[in-house]
Design a protein around this ligand. Structure first.
Ligand SMILES: *Cc1c(COP(=O)(O)O)cnc(C)c1O
Length: 468
């Protein structure tokens, strides 16, 4: 029997870290591939790559070597004095692999920094285009774009905004409905009509703000942490971009979680964009695969031309941007993904994962089926949404605990790392339980089976204990 990992006993092992969880965290001592070994010797299988970050697992020898080599060569130069070779090469590769969508790259150190930089570059673009009256952004409810004050203002993540609501920027950031068909498409509506309703809502928001005051509309191509892997309805991104184009505003995609191969294609818009590409895009998590902090903004020809025709420079920056070791690590991660054909493996193992999840969790007469609302995703990224409003739910007493979070903790005790999220299914953030699975792109068939076995057993156990 594994010891209780989530003990809240402060005497057991005090920490000087201000943690993000009300419970204490076990300490990771070593990690290889998708396995993490704790200080106490327990081995965990990571089914979520941390937070959809460790896309090729831990300790890949090629990436480790690239980091060591770069540390031996150049560990740091300041980006306003010198550039560096891995940053130049990584930028070139990001452009070359973008199917013509992007012409310039800017590096930062993570996802929030990337979205913050997108917000500022979009504003810079219009200042330099002599349209300084453009001061408004439109994003969506039930979205997440980062934890800085700017990106929290942009996003519609109720729980993360709550303590800061009074200091967020309400004058420049505005919100429209999420694109979440399973929850919000009306029963009397076709998918096409649903998309048209959302398109009209965005157009109305432009009119309300003044069409020539809008800088851009931003959304996650596939929604991650705020509602649990929600792809857009067919035609949605194209429709939203058409509104931006009509009013001369920018169409911005946040692919911090969904991009860089997570869905089995390098960019999520390759699958969900119906042929369109963004004017600006943020990527981060899968870019460095967790080997080093890095994020990037990817800049279309339209925005690149605008900047090149005016100031020609990026009026934004951080001390650590284009960090040589981060860029070398990221470059090696991207090379491993290409050389080992990992996007194909992500698609194959992801399809197997989802078929097993459906077969087991939705089996007629299973304990779980009445409470599983949706299983959705693509590539190596799957969300399981639970629902406790159905006809069978009077049989349960969850005793005030959040099901998805309780599931996450119990799975960890059984050796499986997953991510549980709450407040994912209603606009007021009070309803919704989703579990996110985002294993490494080099996950094996056997590991997929282990993930499903532990997850299903844990779900059954938690439900069984909750029956009244
Ligand atoms: C994780 C995430 C961010 C924030 O990235 P950090 O690296 O945590 O700052 C922004 N947008 C989306 C969609 C994310 O999933």
């Amino acid at each position: 029997m594994a010891p209780a990992l989530l003990s809240s006993d402060p005497v057991q092992s005090p920490t000087a870290i201000l943690l993000r969880t009300p419970w204490k965290l076990p300490v990771a001592a070593s990690a290889e591939g998708s396995y993490i070994t704790l200080e106490n010797g327990q081995k965990l299988l990571d089914a979520v790559g941390g937070a959809a970050v460790a896309c090729i697992g831990n300790g890949h020898p090629k990436v480790v070597q690239a980091i060591k080599d770069q540390a031996d060569k150049v560990s740091y130069v300041y980006n306003m004095q010198l550039t560096n070779q891995p940053a130049e090469e990584l930028a070139r590769q990001l452009i070359n692999s973008s199917k013509g969508a992007f012409e310039l790259v800017g590096f930062v150190s993570g996802g929030s920094e990337a979205m913050e930089a997108v917000i500022k570059l979009a504003r810079q673009y219009f200042v330099e285009a002599k349209q300084p009256q453009r001061t408004n952004f439109i994003a969506r409810n039930l979205s997440f774009h980062g934890n800085t004050v700017g990106t929290l203002s942009l996003a519609g993540h109720i729980a993360r905004r709550a303590p800061y609501e009074a200091i967020l920027n309400h004058s420049s950031f505005h919100h429209v409905s999420p694109a979440y068909a399973k929850r919000f498409q009306r029963p009397d509506e076709t998918e096409e009509q649903y998309v048209e309703r959302l398109r009209q809502e965005l157009d109305d928001k432009f009119q309300e703000l003044g069409p020539d005051t809008v800088i851009g509309f931003a959304c996650e191509t596939v929604v991650g942490a705020s509602s649990g892997v929600v792809p857009p309805p067919r035609g949605y991104l194209k429709a939203m971009k058409s509104v931006c184009d009509k009013h001369g505003a920018l169409f911005i995609l946040d692919e911090v979680m969904s991009g860089m191969g997570r869905l089995g294609t390098l960019h999520a818009w390759e699958q969900y964009g119906d042929g369109i590409t963004p004017d600006l895009q943020a990527v981060a998590k899968g870019l460095g695969g967790g080997y080093a902090p890095i994020g990037a903004i990817l800049i279309s020809k339209k925005v690149a031309d605008g900047i090149r025709d005016a100031s020609g420079v990026w009026k934004h920056g951080h001390t650590y941007q284009a960090h040589p070791i981060s860029c070398a690590a990221s470059l090696a991660v991207q090379q491993v993904i290409a050389e080992e054909n990992l996007l194909a493996n992500a698609r194959e193992q992801g399809a197997y994962l989802s078929s097993l999840l459906r077969e087991r969790l939705l089996a007629p007469n299973s304990i779980t089926a009445p409470y599983v609302f949706d299983i959705r995703g693509s590539g190596c990224w799957w969300g399981i949404e639970f629902d406790f409003d159905g006809p069978e739910c009077h049989k349960l007493d969850l005793k005030g605990q959040t099901f998805a979070v309780a599931l996450q903790q119990r799975a960890l005790n059984k050796g499986l790392v997953i991510m549980g999220m709450s407040g994912t299914a209603s606009l007021d953030g009070t309803k919704g339980d989703a579990v996110l699975l985002s294993p490494a792109y080099n996950i094996t068939r056997e590991q997929v089976e282990t993930i499903v076995n532990i997850l299903v057993a844990t779900t059954e156990e938690l439900l069984t204990e909750s029956f009244v």
